[in-house]
Write a protein that binds this ligand. Structure first.
Ligand code: SF4
Length: 328
């Protein structure tokens, strides 16, 4: 099998590789959760020297375990490991149980970790699926259903090495961006590669369409190029300077309110701008208009607006206004 041959040649020399001690494999899996290999490397062996067996870990005080965990972060993992060691000492005679259900029942051991320990430490033909493994499987099969191809990647003789090989492949070659397909040992059987569609897998979840919000604003510009701004009174942008206007959940109501408040040169907006803000897509129609100045309104030059407390959308609109000469 090409993948295992590559793994035998290229595998990363990591201290938890090459051991068959289920306890050491378990500790490595816990340490590697949300933590990089580089961070784990200098702490793995000292931890095992300090607590060489599950019973030794169970007997230790939590303070000692937390101290040995120092630098790895996410200390809940150390607390769970200590609690789980006590469970294993009390119920399983100090030996990690090989069954998936018993592993999953231990504090801090979820689906992924139970499957990783079962495959690597006990040779179970099971496949833990994390984002890394899902990406490789999805590309190999050109399918979103990574689970379907995974069994065919597991060697009956070396299930643990199969997991480690896919993991290494995902970390070093089949990376999320710019995978090195030219150096990939399984390129010939990679469907995404043969379809020239590597970037399409795994498929990205469809983006939820943002609900629109409408604004109609008045571009009121003085002869010397200054723009009329009004301070927003309410909402998350309260206190910021914006072009005066009206807004609403529907374009027709925003337009109707706007026409009641402003006299426009034409019925058509002279520019449109849109921008996602706070989970909505804000669509702005900009009209050349005249507006009655209100107390507190301010005239600012485009340069002053750039430095003012104005939302980025307002600055974007002002840039748009300034780049287009007023129509006669
Ligand atoms: Fe990943 Fe490219 Fe190899 Fe396919 S050929 S498994 S996309 S690195």
């Amino acid at each position: 099998m090409r993948l295992l041959a590559w793994f035998d040649r290229e595998k990363r020399q990591l201290p938890w590789r090459g051991t068959s001690d289920p306890y050491a494999i378990w500790v490595s899996e816990v340490m590697l959760q949300q933590t990089t290999v580089q961070t784990v490397l200098p702490r793995f062996r000292p931890f095992l020297r300090r607590f060489p067996t599950i019973r030794a870990l169970a007997r230790a005080s939590l303070d000692d375990v937390l101290a040995a965990w120092s630098g790895l972060g996410y200390y809940a993992r150390a607390r769970n490991l200590h609690r789980a060691a006590n469970v294993v000492a009390a119920r399983h005679g100090g030996r990690l149980p090989p069954g998936l259900a018993e592993l999953r029942a231990l504090p801090g051991v979820g689906d992924y970790m139970a499957q990783a320990i079962a495959a690597i430490a006990f040779g179970a033909r099971t496949f833990p699926i994390d984002a890394n493994i899902r990406r490789v499987a999805s590309r190999l099969s050109a399918s979103a259903a990574a689970e379907e191809i995974l069994p065919s990647l597991v060697s009956a003789r070396r299930p643990g090495d199969s997991v480690a090989a896919i993991f290494d492949l995902g970390q070093t070659i089949c990376r999320p961006r710019n995978p090195s397909c030219g150096a990939c040992p399984v390129r010939v059987s990679c469907r995404a590669f043969s379809l020239n569609a590597v970037d399409d897998y795994p498929p990205r979840p469809a983006r939820k369409a943002l609900r629109p919000f409408y604004r109609c604003v008045a571009a009121v510009v003085s002869d010397d190029g200054r723009v009329l701004l009004r301070r927003r009174a309410r909402g998350v942008l309260s206190g910021m300077w914006e072009l005066p206007g009206e807004e609403g959940d529907s374009l027709s109501s925003a337009r109707a309110d706007f026409r009641r408040s402003f006299r426009t040169a034409t019925r058509r907006p002279f520019a449109l701008v849109e921008q996602p803000i706070a989970g909505r897509i804000v669509r702005v129609e900009i009209y050349r208009a005249s507006a009655r100045e209100r107390p507190g309104d301010r005239w600012m030059s485009p340069a002053e607006i750039e430095k003012s407390a104005s939302p980025s959308l307002t600055k974007k609109i002002v840039r748009r206004i300034s780049s287009r000469a007023p129509e006669a």
